[in-house]
Every structure is written in C-alpha cells, then in structure tokens.
Ligand binder design. Structure first.
Ligand SMILES: *Cc1c(COP(=O)(O)O)cnc(C)c1O
Length: 351
C-alpha cells in the first residue's frame, strides 16, 4: 500500500448507512418527486443534447435562471455538483493548506470534513446545551484563531435551529475572513441571509437542489455572493464541471417554483404535526425550521430507540454516538403516511 498524505491518515470518511426499509426517514431528502411535467420537459430537452460537444463551461442559462429567481445578477451565482462541491470549491479558493476554517458544533459534518481534505486547520466553536450560539463564543473563536472562512448553517443540520440574523451580522463584524451561510434548508425557514448580501461584505449563501427541489439524484447546488468572490471560484473549479444534462435539469426545475412551494408547505405542516406528536411522548424535541427534527428520548437510550424503530422497518438518523449529541436521533419529515408510521412506532416503543 502507498501511504496517503500525512494529514489525511487520521481522517474518517463520511458515513450515512443506507438500509433497505419500509419507511426511510434518515437523509433529509424530499419524500415527493418533482412534477411529471418537469420529467417530460427534461426528457425532451435531453434528447436534443449534442453529446459529442463539451457543455457550456459558464453554465450561462442556468446561472441566469437562478439569478432571476433570486433577483440578483448572474455574475453573483456559481453552480456546482451539489452544494458539497460548492463548499469544496469555496474552501479550495479561500482556505486550503495553512489556513483556518471555523465551525460551530454541532453542525453539518461536511464543513469540517472538506476543510481537512483541502489541508486547512479546523477550529471548533461550541454551541450551548440548547444548540443556540452564544456571541461570546463566536468572539472567542475569532479572537483566538482569526479564521479565513467561518461557517454558519441556517437552519442548522442536525439540530434544525434557525440562526437569528443577528448571529450572522455579529460574525461579519467580528471576523476578518469569509462568512459562509449554508442554507440547504432555507425555504423551510422564515428568513434567509440572502437579504444581507452586499458587494462590500464578505458574506456568501449556499443553496442546493437536493432538498426543497426534490432533486437529490441530480447533484446540483450553488452559491450567491459578491462578484469578486464568484470570479475567484470560476478560476479554481475544473473546466466543464457541470455536465449538459444537469444544466438543463436545474434550469427547468426553476419553472416549477409553485410545485416546490406547495411541497414545502406540506412538509412544514407535517413537521409541526410530528413535533407536536413527539412532544406528547417522553421526548425532548428541538424546534426545527427545516425538513427534519432532532429529538432525544428521556426514558430509553437513543441507540436503543433507533434499533427498536428499525425493528419496525423505520429508519431514522442515529446521531446518538456523535459528539455533543448523546442519545439524539434525527427524523426527516416524510409523507403523511410515513410520518404516521413513525409516530405509531414511537408510541409503541415509548408507552
Ligand atoms: C444536505 C445538505 C447539503 C446538501 O448537499 P448537496 O451536496 O447539495 O446534496 C449541504 N449543506 C447541508 C447543511 C446539508 O444538510
């Protein structure tokens, strides 16, 4: 065997076990597919792709469609293969070897994972026991480590908490580096950091087609930020990284905003129903602004509850062994039937 880079030797991969079950509520996907009209339009346009040619390197039409939807200019948009590749490109460009990346834990594990892969040092801030973030802790991290890139995830994953706007503006005032607001779940929440974007402010907002757009299979995400920021990403990313079919899929999806809004409304109302049903059981429930709910049973261990749900062919995410999340599980909001099955499963185990 050939030894890997010294700094990668300790690194563990990203794990999310996929088990064959009746009710799969573990990866925060949409439980509903995109509309049939989208599939038909996509099939028809894909049949006309000139497969012997490279795709549009700038993804011009896709960028314009995303920009129009958000009411920004196309030179404020950069798209890539999932928001994970967007995050990787940001970190390759503004972090990398010898630089520092700040996260406020617990949060999305890929921020620290990608930062380490690109050779950066990860500096971790700690959230309070209720998973909110104390501004004094942000100040400590910034003063001690002066990070080149700092992440806030809103709504946060796996907690579901929406970050108040003040946290983002406070971090911008404190930090010298780039602030990345990861908004993979933004449409499920009641505000977005997009309203804070400004050409003179080092704030960028990442989004994905994987959750609200019901397109996890496509692998498409994007970031909106100042034009000087986007120009740097365009230099770093591989040429032709977005294939022709994906560019079409993203552009066509945006024609069905109404369907997306409707799915989001259903999921938000199901989320509230799930949270209320769980609160009636011996369970601590974290208030969620996303399409999932973090919860902690108080009369059995988290791992035991996870197994007993799995015995009923219901799969949720087991966070109970993660740092700072002892006994916590995370359930993705599913269809009304899937949510009923989950609630009944919980009731059987816990009462
Ligand atoms: C799901 C998720 C993403 C999405 O990543 P993709 O690569 O676009 O599928 C990004 N950030 C957070 C916080 C997520 O939970």
């Amino acid at each position: 065997m050939i030894p890997v880079r010294d700094d990668l030797r300790q690194l563990d991969g990203y794990h999310s076990p996929q088990v064959d079950v009746r009710v799969r509520l573990n990866t925060n996907e949409s439980p509903l597919p995109p509309p049939d009209a989208f599939r038909d339009a996509l099939a028809s346009e894909i049949s006309r792709i000139e497969w012997h040619r490279y795709p549009d390197r700038q993804a011009t039409e896709l960028r314009h469609a995303i920009a129009d939807w958000h009411g920004v200019s196309a030179d404020m948009v950069f798209a890539a293969n999932g928001s994970n590749e967007v995050l990787q490109t940001i970190l390759l460009t503004f972090a990398g070897a010898g630089r520092r990346v700040a996260t406020f834990e617990p949060t999305y594990q890929m921020h620290a994972q990608i930062a380490r892969v690109v050779g950066s040092e990860v500096v971790e801030g700690e959230r309070d026991a209720d998973f909110t973030l104390d501004p004094a802790e942000m100040r400590r991290v910034v003063e001690q480590h002066d990070p080149h890139v700092a992440f806030l995830t809103s709504p946060n994953n796996p907690t579901g908490l929406v970050e108040p706007a003040e946290r983002i503006t406070e971090l911008l005032e404190l930090a010298n580096g780039l602030v990345v607001a990861d908004e993979a779940y933004a449409q499920f929440a009641d505000w977005s950091a997009l309203s804070l974007l400004d050409e003179d402010r080092p704030l960028v907002v990442t989004r994905t087609f994987s959750k609200t757009w019901s397109m996890a299979g496509v692998r498409l995400g994007y970031v909106i930020g100042p034009t000087w920021f986007i120009r740097e990403l365009d230099k770093v990313v591989l040429p032709y990284h977005l294939d022709a079919a994906k560019q079409i899929a993203g552009r066509l999806a945006l024609r069905y905003v109404g369907d997306m809004d409707e799915r989001v409304r259903l999921i938000v109302s199901e989320r509230e129903r799930l949270s209320a049903a769980m609160s009636a059981l011996p369970i601590d429930v974290t208030p969620s602004g996303a399409n999932f709910v973090l919860f902690r049973p108080t009369t059995v261990g988290g791992r035991e509850l996870w197994q007993r749900l799995l015995d009923r062919s219901i799969l949720v995410r087991d966070c109970s062994g993660w740092p700072r999340l002892a006994d916590c599980l995370r359930v993705t909001v599913g269809t009304p039937d899937e949510n009923d099955a989950f609630i009944h499963g919980l009731q059987e185990v816990l009462t």
